[in-house]
Design a protein around this ligand. Structure first.
Ligand code: ZN
Ligand code: ZN
Length: 176
C-alpha cells in the first residue's frame, strides 16, 4: 500500500462539529490545545497545515487567527477548519488576541468549554470568565455580606411563597 499523503493523514484526524462547523483535531496536541501533525518528520501546527492544504501558502511573517472564536461559535485553538482561520500579521494578532491564546485563567483554571462562560463587558465586547473563580468570588462576597445574603434569601422565600399561593388554585383547576 502506498504511503499516505499529508492530506490523507490530516483528514483522518478531523472530526467535524455539526453545530459550529469546527473541524476538531483528534490527533495529538502541543499541550496548549493546538493540534499537531508530523510534517517531513517534524511536528507542525495542525491549523497551519490545514490552511496550507486547503487555502494556500502562509506568507512569511503572517499568522493564523481563529477569527470566529469565541463570538462566532468557533472552539478556538483545537479547530482546524480552514474557513475559520484568517491570515493576520503577528503584531496585529498579538495585540488583538493575546487574551485568546491564554488557555488558563489568572488563577490557573483551564478555559475549557465546561469552565468558561462568555460575558459581555461594560465596554460591549465579549470576554471569557472562569466559572471556578466566579463562583469563588460569589462565595467570598456572601461570607463578607451575611446580612445581605439573609435578606436576599428571605426575599426569595417570600417570592416563592407568594408564587405557590397563587399557583395552587390554578393547578387545582387544571386537575379538575
Ligand atoms: Zn472553528
Ligand atoms: Zn479561575
Amino acid at each position: 500500500m502506498a504511503k499516505k499523503t499529508l492530506k490523507e493523514r490530516f483528514d483522518a484526524k478531523v472530526k467535524v462539529n455539526g453545530e459550529s462547523g469546527c473541524w476538531i483535531w483528534a490527533g495529538s496536541s502541543d499541550g496548549a490545545d493546538y493540534g499537531r501533525i508530523s510534517l517531513n518528520g517534524k511536528p507542525a501546527q495542525a491549523s497551519r497545515v490545514a490552511y496550507t492544504l486547503y487555502r494556500g501558502a502562509i506568507p512569511e511573517g503572517q499568522v493564523l487567527d481563529h477569527h470566529l472564536y469565541p463570538e462566532g461559535g468557533c472552539i478556538g485553538p483545537a479547530c482546524v477548519n480552514p474557513s475559520h482561520l484568517l491570515l493576520t500579521t503577528r503584531s496585529e494578532n498579538s495585540s488583538r488576541n493575546a487574551w485568546k491564546r491564554k488557555t488558563k485563567c489568572p488563577q490557573g483554571h483551564p478555559y475549557s468549554v465546561e469552565n468558561t462562560k462568555i460575558e459581555r463587558t461594560a465596554k460591549g465586547t465579549l470576554a471569557r470568565r472562569c466559572k471556578t473563580c466566579s463562583s469563588k468570588y460569589i462565595r467570598q462576597w456572601q461570607l463578607r455580606n451575611p446580612e445581605k445574603v439573609k435578606q436576599y434569601r428571605a426575599n426569595t422565600k417570600l417570592r416563592k411563597a407568594g408564587k405557590q399561593v397563587r399557583s395552587v388554585p390554578a393547578r387545582n383547576t387544571k386537575a379538575a
